[in-house]
Design a binder for this molecule. Structure first.
Ligand code: AKG
Ligand code: FE2
Length: 178
């Protein structure tokens, strides 16, 4: 497990580095502010009637990015153009989800996808989601270099821990374990 956590951290930093370059932000923009990593492992048992039970209700992740390992069993759906669309599974692949905090920092250039999890009639599903979150004291706001006269900020600025408390995004705020 420790190796998994370390490797996911390396992968996520690499992805954030590439996103940083793609957005035209200064090198290392996310380095200091994205040191908090939460891991959530879920087990979705087979369900006698998937039409009446969801695995996870629709939501946005409040991370910068989420790296999802979903094994070989389908279930994740994203909302796109007014429809729920199955993400599907690829062997040995991770799903990389953009969270709301990256949407804000990119001033809406990158959009966070609303998603939910379906249950399966005869297959159990195991997933591991790793959320790369802003540090509690990180000021989340549209990156200054992306703001100009024709691109005004689309989001307000806030401290991430205040957002966590006021939105109850993760339940009561707790200090991260280092
Ligand atoms: O288990 C999954 O497929 C996704 C879980 C998820 O969306 C979440 O934990 O935020
Ligand atoms: Fe999610």
């Amino acid at each position: 497990m420790a190796t998994y956590v370390q490797e996911i951290r390396r992968l996520s930093w690499r992805i954030l580095e590439l996103i940083c370059e793609g957005l035209g932000l200064e090198k290392g923009f996310f380095e200091e502010i994205s040191q908090v990593q939460f891991l959530s492992a879920s087990n979705y048992p087979a369900c006698p009637d998937p039409s009446v039970t969801l695995g996870v209700l629709k939501h946005f992740d409040h991370s910068f990015i989420t790296i999802l390992f979903q094994g070989n069993v389908d279930g994740l759906q994203v909302f796109h153009d007014g429809k729920w669309i199955g993400v599907g599974v690829l062997p040995n692949a991770f799903v990389v989800n953009i969270g709301t905090q990256l949407e804000i920092m990119s001033n809406g250039k990158l959009r966070s996808a609303e998603h939910r999890v379906m249950t399966n009639l005869d297959e159990e599903r195991l997933t591991i989601a790793t959320f790369i979150n802003p540090s509690p004291n990180c000021i989340v706001e549209p990156a200054k270099v992306l703001i100009n006269e024709s691109n005004p900020p689309l989001y307000d600025s806030f401290m991430f821990k205040d957002f966590v408390v006021s939105s109850k995004a993760f339940g009561p705020y707790t200090e991260p374990i280092n």
